[in-house]
Design a binder for this molecule. Structure first.
Ligand code: IVH
Length: 686
């Protein structure tokens, strides 16, 4: 990390920052051993961006700030591959793997047992080629037809696992590296969850998601997608840099700053190959990315040259393919599962089918939008896919095989668990059971929320205890909590009489609360502390909130039609009214409140929260800002007052910088909150 010294301290700082950022990338992507926390990485990057903005003449194309560039004006240019990007022959079983080893041995006229093979996982993504001149990335391209690909340099530059500049002082004049761009399971799930929450299209699998991301002309899109690169071949390198074996070249690539698979192993003979394929098959389930087999390569480069190529594939390599992960089957029925938070998820009940050695009889359909997108009906024939730990997915419907007797899949009007009404508001993607506190499927979660610190704050009533109380059916509704007796509680395992007494005492304390806490504790969808406070300030008493029309709810500051709908539906549900009456019956009460909004210290300001905060949840931060009068928005614009950037803050932070909006970190936010919250004028009326 020793950046060269110059006379100018600014230039020195810029060099040091770049070296620190490159080192952090190396530790993260190549060594799989992160060296600095993400917040620190962001801080260094931010500082470098600041310095470069002040000294634009110091910006270099390989600076870590230069990953997201402008889209290519004329679309993707054609790129001729200097060395063709070939494909591999496939082996599907042990016999074919052994036959490969035998063929190699015969051609090399050597003993099969002595041949060294470099074995690697076969990543299921997209092949790309990267050209480096004098250590700098100058071109990135897709495989295309193997001879001509598309120049997607701007998109590939956004991947942090692709070095913009090779590591080391002494570098080859020319290097062409090939490898796979892919998306991890966790990155894919997160991307699709976000797409679902926005109501936009989801990707069928990580491979499609990676391919779709690289096809976009705007590199900002690729930058926002969790894409990774893993190197697996050197296509061109200066003679002096050649190594005797493929595995040694892979090690050299690591030294240049590339990620090569940590699963790579050098084995000998056919037995070594078979063992590797078997063990890779077992390890596959634990990997956080899709692999569809193993690639087996003769390790010695001279032997590779001797073996040469046949038509479009090398004789020195072979792909061992795992059994297919996709199968066709029939949707026999669709049932709806109620999640802990009341969300209804359609689950396809399938004609049981074997997929990669496992019997699959259910697949998630996610939500009604997904069903519409797939155009799926009961009795349809579908292609399902099971990859690693990912829950089996329905990839597509085989429309040609659609029988006459299909039935539409419909969302039930009543919750299948508690019979409360099912609600789906506006263009929300999810449908929910409105029986919140009453629904057994939501009972544990609802009680945990009810007892939590910012709700009724029942000291001593933790997650494990709630689980035990619900499982014994001692507590079905929140009101049952206040009926618990110390003698009974003491019967629970590991519950001493003293703890039981303490819990009853804290229940007694929590019985007397504030109306805002009470409303928040009810767990109405999308009603956090800030909205609960706003409702109380506006209406003053519970009965008026319970009886409010949608229109009058919408008149409350910060409540839009969707949240108004959730509140209205919640109180329209008879089960919920009964639960509230029961709570009042067991003695839950609060003091009268004074109505009317006040001018708050942050009134008129719009704030945006991005990234992960360390000491606050996003909801807490939002609630505290809103309690001080601020509006908290999901997107950054010129009107944004400030952006609070936590760990791994992404595009919103970028945008704030571009627009010159104030950015603050968590410490600064906490200081500001504490300052205003301690001032008497910011006290809530509740
Ligand atoms: S070597 C000439 N190694 O598999 C040999 N390929 O079917 C070049 N792939 O297009 C390929 N993981 O996209 C090689 N460890 C690996 C690989 C790998 C995945 C893909 C690659 C290629 C396809 C060939």
């Amino acid at each position: 990390m020793c950046a060269k010294k110059s006379a100018d301290p600014i230039i020195d700082e810029i060099r040091t920052l770049r070296a620190q950022l490159e080192q952090a990338n190396y530790r993260y992507y190549v060594e799989d051993a992160p060296s600095i926390p993400d917040v620190e990485y962001d801080r260094l990057l931010r500082r470098l961006q600041e310095l470069e903005a002040e000294h634009p003449e110091q910006v270099t194309p390989d600076s870590p700030t230069q990953r997201v560039g402008a889209p290519p004006a004329e679309g993707f240019p054609e790129v001729q591959h200097a060395v063709a990007m070939l494909s591999l022959d496939n082996a599907f079983d042990e016999q074919e793997v052994r036959a490969f080893a035998r063929r190699v041995a015969e051609r090399l006229e050597t003993d099969e047992q002595g041949i060294r093979f470099c074995c690697e996982p076969k990543l299921d993504g997209l092949a790309v080629s990267l050209v480096y001149e004098n250590g700098l990335l100058v071109q990135g391209a897709t495989r295309g037809d193997g001879r001509t690909g598309e120049g997607i340099t701007a998109n590939l530059r956004t991947l942090k696992s692709i070095p913009l500049k090779l590591r080391g002082d002494h570098l080859p004049a020319l290097l062409e590296v090939r490898g796979e761009v892919y998306m991890s399971h966790s990155g894919f799930e997160k991307l699709n969850d976000e797409a679902r929450a926005r109501g936009s299209k989801v990707f069928a699998n990580p491979r499609n998601a990676a391919a779709g991301s690289l096809r976009q002309l705007d590199p900002g899109i690729a930058a926002a997608r969790p894409l990774e690169f893993c190197a697996y071949q050197v296509a061109r390198i200066d003679e002096a840099w050649l190594r005797p074996s493929h595995s040694a070249l892979m090690q050299q690539l690591r030294e240049f700053g590339f990620r090569a698979s940590p699963e790579i192993d050098v084995v000998t003979g056919a037995d070594g190959l078979v063992d590797f394929c078997e063990s890779m098959g077992k390890r596959r389930e634990q990997l956080d990315y899709d692999i569809d087999g193993a690639v087996l390569k003769v390790d010695d480069l001279r032997a590779q040259r001797e073996l040469g190529f046949v038509s479009r594939a090398p004789r020195w390599a072979m792909a061992f393919k795992f059994p297919a992960q996709e199968q066709t089957t029939v949707i026999r029925d669709v049932t709806f599962q109620v999640g802990r938070t009341g969300r209804l998820t359609p689950v396809a009940r399938l004609e049981p089918v074997q997929v990669a050695g496992v019997t699959v009889s259910n697949a998630t359909l996610h939500n009604m939008d997904e069903i519409k997108r797939l155009d799926a009906r009961i009795n349809d024939t579908v292609i399902i896919r099971r990859a690693g730990d990912v829950i089996p997915q329905i990839v597509s419907v085989v429309l040609d095989a659609r029988p006459e007797d299909t039935r539409a899949i419909e969302m039930p009007e009543q919750c299948p668990v508690c019979d409360s009404r099912v609600e789906r508001l506006g263009d929300e993607v999810d449908a929910r059971c409105s029986g919140g506190l009453f629904c057994p499927a939501q009972r544990k979660e609802a009680l945990k929320h009810f007892a939590s610190r910012r709700a009724l704050d029942i000291d001593g009533l933790g997650t494990k205890l709630i689980d035990a109380l619900v499982e014994r059916e001692w507590v079905k509704t929140p009101a049952d909590l206040f009926r618990l007796e110390a003698v009974k509680l003491a019967e629970l395992p590991r519950m001493a009489q003293k703890s039981a007494d303490n819990l009853v005492a804290s229940l007694e304390r929590s019985r007397h609360t504030t109306l805002a806490r009470f409303i928040y504790a009810l767990g109405i969808t999308e009603v956090g502390e800030a909205t609960a406070n706003a409702l109380v300030l506006h209406f003053g008493e519970l009965q008026r909130i319970m009886d409010a029309s949608r229109a009058s709810l919408e008149a409350v500051a910060d409540i839009g039609p969707i949240v108004a709908g959730h509140i209205h539906n919640f109180f329209a549900e008879a089960h919920n009214r009964e639960t509230i009456e029961d709570l009042i019956r067991v003695g839950v009460d609060w003091e009268e409140v004074e109505v009317g909004e006040r001018e708050q210290p942050l009134t008129g300001q719009t704030w945006v929260l991005t990234g992960t905060l360390e000491t606050l949840t996003r909801d807490e931060a939002k609630a505290r800002l809103v309690a001080l009068g601020a509006k908290v928005s999901g997107s950054v614009s010129k009107k944004t007052h400030a952006v609070v950037a936590g760990e791994a803050a992404g595009s919103k932070l970028e945008k704030a910088r571009q627009l010159g909006v104030e950015v603050m970190d968590e410490q600064a936010l906490l200081a500001l909150l504490n300052q205003h919250e301690s001032a008497p004028s910011s006290e809530n009326a509740s």
